[in-house]
Design a protein around this ligand. Sequence first.
Ligand code: MN
Length: 242
Amino acid sequence: MSTLFISDLHLCADRPQSNRSFFGFLEHEARNAHALYILGDLFEYWVGDDDLDDPFNATVVGALARLVDSGVPVFLMHGNRDFVIGEAFARASGVTLLPDPTLVDLHGQAVLLMHGDTLCTLDLEYQAFRREARSQAWISRLLQQPLAERKAMVEALRRKSEQEKRDKPAEIMDVAAAEVQATLRRYGYPMLIHGHTHRPARHLHTVDDHTCERWVLADWYQGGSYLACDESGCRALQLSAN
Ligand code: MN
């Protein structure tokens, strides 16, 4: 049995193709998994667990709950789009929330799981925003706003971030090699799996005479893909078109 990893689905009601891929994946591929890890940005945005009643959100939560009920543990790490997912979401869906980063033992191999945004240290502006937005004070202030206002605010942030992304040099949007090295060293030279950059690849890093594998997960804008890991290693798999 394989352990499966996905990230950056960016689910929202108006992206039906990705949604079909995701629901199909939960019904089929994920049913035979040892466990499923979702490494952030499951949703295009999440404005608070009081939005669980939204019909689209309820459908996603129901689909996750069916997988968990079938006996497959599902772990969820926050991404930069859905970091206010909280305990009510976890209770409703049955998923276990994971801190970023989390070190796990996978078939005897140490594997560090991250969303990936903390590795993009060349983007100083984003890191400054991240520090502010992940503070308890910022989150409390956000959650005190009426739901409709939060949605409007997040829409505005998304548009701003899309514009900024177009203006930023491509290398700033990728992980910083020095930060990857430092992270691998800090955690004892594990394998690293992360998403966020939407640049799927398998990298090899040599750090202090250790060779570490780093897998970058793909986004789900065009269909879906996942990483499947077992005793023999990991491989990136594409879902067949539907
Ligand atoms: Mn992200």
